[in-house]
Design a binder for this molecule. Structure first.
Ligand SMILES: [Zn+2]
Ligand SMILES: [Zn+2]
Length: 135
């Protein structure tokens, strides 16, 4: 009986973590997710958040944008799109479209004898908010 309750509570947290990542386009860190859910789940630990995010990532339910300013950023939007990373405020912004020519990638792979399985373009620069602040 105790086991069932524990299990249900665990999966509720799991769902809440996934929902939190999907509810935002800010490409959150594990810390952000933890802070969002802490009031509702006081016994939640940052380790649990990390573990679940890694699991979701491995399952392909969410993606990792990579490490920005020392922290891994996650994305609930798994449809193909490109990321822009602001070098000043570290915002991660979605940019529609893909900036890679798939045929070119395949040709390069063949030329170099590589089996290329995936590719990522990350645009770097200063976001519009930071540009506004500079004026
Ligand atoms: Zn910025
Ligand atoms: Zn994104």
């Amino acid at each position: 009986m105790q086991q069932t309750v524990k299990k249900r509570n665990y999966s509720r947290k799991r769902e809440a973590i996934l929902k939190a990542v999907r509810s935002t386009t800010c490409h959150p860190t594990a810390e952000w997710v933890y802070q969002q859910l802490k009031p509702q789940y006081p016994d939640l630990s940052l380790g649990t958040v990390y573990r679940n995010l890694t699991q979701f990532k491995n399952d392909g339910v969410i993606i990792s944008v990579g490490t920005v300013n020392g922290q891994e950023r996650y994305d609930g939007n798994v449809k193909p799109h490109t990321h822009f990373v602001c070098s000043q405020c570290h915002a991660v912004i979605d940019v529609p479209g893909e900036f890679l020519n798939n045929r070119h990638i395949q040709e390069t792979g063949e030329k170099m004898g590589l089996k290329i399985e995936s590719s990522d373009v990350i645009l770097h620069g200063v976001c519009s908010e930071c540009l506004k602040r500079e004026i």
